[in-house]
Design a protein around this ligand. Structure first.
Ligand code: SF4
Length: 446
């Protein structure tokens, strides 16, 4: 292991190397930390070697994520030696200290001030903060044309496979005015698509008792519907992630039908069998979800529903699994991710009886994917022949890669757009869809 280099000489801006691991929520935390440090004059370094210190924002959700986080810390220690660890794994400092006793500091999730404090101590800021160098909207780690907008932290649910409430605490919503001002800044800076995230988006504002806060010339309540409607006034794409199928979501689907919010809803159903959902202690597990989806499609026929599922949860029987497959065939979701159950240290699900053998998990996963792939492909095919708006992510000389309103970045499919005129990232172009395959659409810009 390399020994720790000295603190930076005074007078030059300290350089920070940053590693961001984990989910979009962690990415937003990283953006906040970087924005704060840049506003104080710190510079970002491209590699660990030339940096004054390294910050590793870790993920501790699954054991595999923890292993990746420990690997990243190890790399930073070897290449630099002055390392600050933050994020979800920071909630369990013993595990990190055991492997890396010389890390400079360990802070938990959402602990922006502690991270920044640790950086100040290890590499004090120079007293010329270059405030003008920081764009008004902060520093984004996502491409310039889309941005994640975090509306709350923590979660009031207690799903048995999840340790997020333990790591991040109960739900704390941001006042609607704060969220809207951040969204406005992003829109002014050229962001064309906002991805609204939280642990449980439909629960937004419960902790604030839906209190109103000022925005522009009026008060906006901290309610899922009110916030979504106000965001739609910005005139950019608004995409909603991590929504649960509560009855009040119907009114937000109404906004989708009116074209105010993208006709896209990301609901982590995780399972369909009532027994498994109960063992998972999932929110809204008593809702008749297939019926609810049917109702949403009546309100907004163009709606795309995305979800994730877990197979092989402790106690999942062959009947439970067959129920899930039947439910999938009925619900006809557009985009689906599926995970094999993996125990997470500290999660109550680990103590449940009826562990499912790995071969059975693998076999169920393959059967699940087979059923869903056919459904997703058939759903995509219904888009062929239409003219649709597509946001360009990666321009190419003859074919550019973009996304439709039904595709979120990183997790869904793409639209490959042939165009004779040059396209730029963030352009929204009308595309005639000519064909589809298992995941993607192909067409020509008109
Ligand atoms: S809803 Fe469940 S899975 Fe999601 S963060 Fe809350 S406890 Fe975890």
């Amino acid at each position: 292991m390399a020994s720790a280099p000295d603190a930076p000489a005074t007078g030059t801006a300290p350089k920070i190397s940053f590693v961001s691991l984990g989910c979009p929520k962690a990415l937003v935390d990283s953006e906040r930390i970087i924005t704060k440090l840049r506003s104080e004059g710190y510079e970002l370094s491209k590699g660990h070697a030339g940096a004054d210190l390294v910050i590793v924002n870790t993920c501790g959700f699954l054991d595999s994520a923890k292993a990746e986080s420990l690997g990243a810390i190890g790399e930073a220690m070897a290449e630099n030696g002055r390392v600050i660890v933050t994020g979800c794994m920071g909630a369990e400092p013993e595990q990190i200290r055991e492997r890396f006793p010389n890390v400079l500091a360990i802070t938990g999730p959402q602990a922006y001030e502690s991270v920044v404090g640790a950086v100040h101590e290890a590499a004090p800021p120079v007293h010329d903060p270059f405030l003008d160098l920081v764009p008004e909207q902060g520093i984004k780690l996502t491409p310039r044309h889309y941005a994640y907008l975090k509306i709350s932290e923590g979660c009031n649910n207690r799903c048995t496979f999840c340790i997020i409430p333990k790591l991040r605490g109960d739900l704390v919503s941001r006042p609607a005015g704060d969220v809207l001002r951040e969204a406005e800044k992003l829109a002014r800076a050229g962001v064309k698509e906002l991805l609204v995230i939280s642990q449980d988006t439909s629960a937004y504002g419960v902790d604030l008792k839906y209190a109103a806060s000022p925005w522009r010339d009026r008060e906006v309540r901290a309610r899922f519907f009110d916030l979504s409607e106000a965001l739609s006034e910005l005139g950019i794409w608004v995409r909603l992630h991590y929504v649960y199928p509560y009855p009040h979501v119907d009114e937000v689907v109404g906004l989708m039908a009116e074209g105010k919010v993208l006709p896209y809803i990301d609901i982590p159903f995780q399972h369909a069998s009532p027994g498994v959902l109960k063992a998972m202690r999932r929110p809204a597990h008593q809702e008749k979800t297939a019926e609810r989806i049917r109702r949403w499609r009546e309100i907004c026929p163009d709606l795309a529903v995305r979800s994730t599922f877990i197979v092989g949860f402790p106690g999942e029987t062959e009947e439970d699994f067959a129920f899930l497959l039947d439910w999938l065939r009925e619900a006809r979701l557009d985009r689906v991710g599926c995970f094999r159950f993996e125990p997470v240290a500290g999660a109550p699900a680990n103590d449940l009886a009826g562990a499912v053998r790995q071969e059975v998990k693998d076999e169920r996963w393959h059967r699940f994917m087979q059923v869903q792939q056919d459904i997703s492909a058939a759903r995509l095919k219904t888009r062929v022949g239409r003219r649709i708006p597509v946001i360009i992510d990666e321009p190419g000389p003859t074919v550019s890669k973009g996304r439709s309103k039904w595709d979120a970045p990183e997790i869904d499919g793409s639209v490959y757009v042939a165009s004779r005129r040059p396209l730029r990232a963030g352009d929204i172009v009308t595309v005639r869809v000519e064909r589809s395959d298992a995941y993607d659409l192909h067409g020509t810009a008109v």
